[in-house]
Ligand binder design. Structure first.
Ligand code: ZN
Length: 146
């Protein structure tokens, strides 16, 4: 029996809440940090999106919305998945070692653990925060109000 750990996967939930949202990662794909990090001194709302997104480990594309889920994985397995992904994307040849995979895995696990399962989060300017669903209760004509 494996132990469950919290990780981030891609979700379309809350997409569109911000005008510059995007999600090119299939639903449910494991997410990690961009290997290259922000391409310059990018800020979250700058055009290129690197400071407001996480990256899918299979498609190598970005998403501005992530969901906290539990997966039966160990930190070692996650580190290996990240390393394999980086190799496929070509980063292995420029120094993305298994040690880097562990560093990414540790960072993901320590922050994902702070959130509740099922929460939708965003990663902007190196900060994770929860995205709330839009509240629509109490909507209706005034005459219905008691
Ligand atoms: Zn950029």
């Amino acid at each position: 029996m494996g132990k469950k750990i919290k990780v981030f996967v891609s979700t379309k939930q809350t997409q569109g809440q911000r005008q510059n949202d995007f999600s090119f990662v299939p639903e449910g794909e494991l997410l990690t940090f961009s290997v290259s990090g922000p391409c310059g001194n990018e800020k979250a709302d700058d055009e290129c999106g690197c400071a407001r997104s996480l990256v899918g480990i299979n498609c190598f594309k970005g998403t501005t919305t992530a969901k906290v889920v539990e997966r039966v994985l160990t930190q070692n397995q996650l580190a290996r998945l990240f390393k394999e992904s980086a190799d496929k994307a070509g980063w292995g040849s420029v120094g993305y070692t298994l040690k880097a995979g562990h560093e990414f895995a540790r960072a993901i696990l320590s922050v994902a653990a702070k959130f509740s399962t099922g929460m939708v989060v965003e990663y902007r300017n190196q900060t994770f925060s929860e995205r709330k669903s839009l509240v629509t209760s109490g909507v209706g004509p005034q005459s219905l109000a008691a």
